[in-house]
Design a protein around this ligand. Sequence first.
Ligand SMILES: Cc1ncc(COP(=O)(O)O)c(C=O)c1O
Length: 369
Amino acid sequence: MKKIVQIEPWIGLDESNYIKKIVSKTLLTEAAETKKFENKITRKFKSNYALAVSNWTNGLYMALKAFNIGRGDEVIVPNVTFIATVNSVIMAGATPVICEIDEKNLSFDIDHLKRLISKKTKAVIPVHLYGHCCNLDLLKRICSKKKIKIIEDAAQSMGAKYKKKYLGTIGEVGGFSFYGNKIITTGEGGVILTNNLKLKKKLYELKNHGRSKKGIFKHDSIGYNFMFTEMQAAIGNIQLNKLNKILNKKETIFKLYKKELSKIKDISFMAPVKFNKPVYWFSNIFTKKKNGLKKYLNDRNIQTRDIFYPINFQPCYKKTNYLKLTKKKYAVSEKIFDNGISLPSSYSLSKSQQKFIIKTIKDYFNQAK
Ligand SMILES: Cc1ncc(COP(=O)(O)O)c(C=O)c1O
């Protein structure tokens, strides 16, 4: 049987036909097609401004730079995330302060976060992992009292909401990633969202060599080259048209896993915080029998993926002083890593494939009794 992959993008003829049309134009660097992409995003997510960038890691870095966050400053980040969240803080020269996560939504443990705030705290980066979020009202209250910026890492949560707002539009700045396995993709790429015009101007300069438009060679600030391309925008514009279908299918996939697998007492699921309407980028389950299950599925051509490896364990930070670790043991992060597994969650997953996955998981737990 053909391998069932954990995740693959939904890319087809629509993208390839449209990109041919765009590539036949003269300029491939950021121009009209990118503007169209940004405009579509501002309309869909009800954000005043959207800036497409080369990738979301750079987007996070730019957000930190736009707030002048750097050496001597602290930024609170969760202990379970894709490593780019943490590295963007290191890139800016600031110190990532590592916060424990909440077992249910895998975002900040807000009680722990409160204890980590110091005079040096300039920003927090809530990561809306797997399309979920923490209590954002509470986070906002805490941060606004202390004038701490909220930079939302919504890389994995395009389309999810908290109350009536889209994740990524709730903090001062937020954004999505369009990396190959994300909800929609442009290969590499990202977008920064903000409602603040002054900030948007700063961010644009940061991505465009420190100038307010192309074609001028007087640079007001020191910037970088984090521009988008017309090829990425062409794919992105087609992908955006598919967004609702992708989100609906991922939700259908999650609901079937949940309906069938919650009957197994060894399996649990994430639970969204009040007011969060999540998206189901990946369908995750949690079980003490993770390693056995993973092997059993893999032997039957079903690919799975681990939850992100906790930051406090990452080998790359060993023997460095880049991180501020704030606990001897991040017990929840550890437990989530030990028990968490992402099941196949692609748009392309067929009902019969999913039924086979569910049956295989049930077989495993029956024989493991
Ligand atoms: C939570 C999170 N933050 C940041 C990133 C970095 O985004 P990019 O790959 O577009 O640089 C990713 C994904 O890759 C991510 O999942």
